[in-house]
Design a binder for this molecule. Structure first.
Ligand SMILES: [Zn+2]
Length: 400
């Protein structure tokens, strides 16, 4: 292939880049995996480029889903990596705690770095020695997940230091042992790599006692992430549906809210409350796994559509899954923005107008439009969103 044919142009789309504020019809030009130009009629500067007409579509920085389970063959509730990634128009995904310190390097070899994996994958690692998320919760059932002897801080530090190109933080189950005031697993994660964010979830796990939500909220640092932030009964809202003081304090301290939809961990009702009161999620993620891919989650674009349906402006929806998601995993220098010189991660979505039913698994709402992925560039290579195009079977009637 000659150098001139290595140029590819995504031509004529509505380019929406929240980080720079760009919202205009423009072309995105890439070459050899890198963004080389973004601008109106930029294609004219590259007459020999291969052109993909994306007129009528949204063109955004590559979408990032910071909560998936994407190590198939390791965790039996994981989904195929690319199904949640490039096959859903999402070039960058993060596995949230499927594997622990003694397993993560195998996950690298088998999936993250494997040449068959087309999606860029990062890891929020479980800080235990042995933990594998699976369908039967066996590590919880056998009580390994709550046993302090499962922690080895020095060994975990060595694993993090050897894999910092992939490990972007921790996913922690804040389980307790003898002391009801502290979680040795949360404390371990903070000690292993104090500069890396910790993602936690509010609420219980089977067979494993966890830190009281109010105590947990006070122990989170700026940049730590609450996933399943809009679940019901998580303890972030009081009996009257008002945010609790520990939750408000955590939010004001810079603790981030992540959607982490999952099968039952997102409630429109909770999300409405929180958004109305100004507690905006920072990121929209799916928690996609075998239990929710056939509904209610389906895909990232469907999850984004649900937050959009609550009245959050489109540019904020895109911001959550681009610049905010990159910042949450401390990869804002590389991802989340359409900048010349960066790796060419670019997503293309279409807005489908018409009545659509969207369910959170508890409640179904009617929206007047939805987002659906068309495809994406990952390091400059185009992938059709084959999963997203066939998922989300919600009936969509054309507007009349
Ligand atoms: Zn999860």
């Amino acid at each position: 292939m000659s150098a001139s044919t290595a140029y590819l142009v995504l031509q004529g789309g509505r380019v929406l880049d929240p980080a720079s504020g760009l919202d205009a019809v423009a072309d995105v030009v890439v070459r050899d995996g890198t963004i080389v130009e973004v601008g109106a009629n930029a294609a004219a500067n590259h007459p020999t480029a291969k052109v993909r007409d994306v007129s009528g579509h949204l063109v955004t920085p590559g979408l990032i889903d910071i909560h998936t389970h994407c190590y198939p063959g390791l965790g039996d509730f994981c989904l195929p990596t690319d199904l949640m990634g490039v096959d859903s128009g999402v070039p960058v995904i993060v596995d949230a705690g499927t594997a622990s310190t003694t397993i993560i390097e195998l996950a690298r070899k088998a999936i993250i770095d494997h040449p068959d994996t087309k999606t860029k994958v990062f890891a929020l690692m479980d800080p235990s020695q042995i933990y594998l998320a699976n369908k039967s919760f066996i590590c919880h059932y056998l009580r390994i997940a709550g046993d302090e002897r499962n922690i080895d801080i020095e060994a975990a530090k060595a694993v993090v230091d050897a894999n910092r190109d992939v490990i972007v933080g921790f996913k922690v189950r804040p389980t307790i042992t003898d002391n009801p005031d502290r979680s040795p697993f949360l404390d371990a994660a903070h000690a292993i790599a104090p500069d890396l964010p910790v993602m936690i979830h509010l609420g219980s796990f089977p067979h494993t006692p966890v830190l009281d939500t109010n105590k947990l909220l006070y122990q989170l640092r700026k940049g730590d992430i609450i996933t399943h932030a809009c679940r019901g009964g998580g303890g972030q809202l009081d009996a009257q549906g008002e945010p609790t003081k520990p939750f408000i304090d955590a939010y004001e301290r810079g603790v981030l809210l992540d959607i982490g939809h999952s099968a039952g961990d997102f409630h429109f009702r909770t999300a409405r409350r929180m958004i109305e009161r100004g507690y905006m999620p920072s990121t929209i993620s799916t928690d996609l796994n075998v239990f929710n891919v056939d509904g209610p989650v389906f895909s990232l674009s469907t999850t984004m559509s649900k937050i959009w349906a609550l009245g959050v402006p489109l540019i904020e929806i895109i911001r959550m899954n681009t610049v905010n998601a990159a910042a949450a995993i401390k990869r804002g220098e590389e991802y989340g923005e359409l900048k010349v010189g960066r790796s060419a991660e670019v997503s293309v979505l279409r807005i489908e107008e018409g009545t659509v039913q969207l369910s959170d698994g508890h409640e179904t709402i009617e929206a007047s439009r939805r987002l659906r992925a068309v495809g994406c560039l990952r390091a400059g290579i185009w992938h059709d969103a084959v999963h997203d195009l066939k998922s989300a079977p919600d009936a969509l009637q054309e507007a009349v």
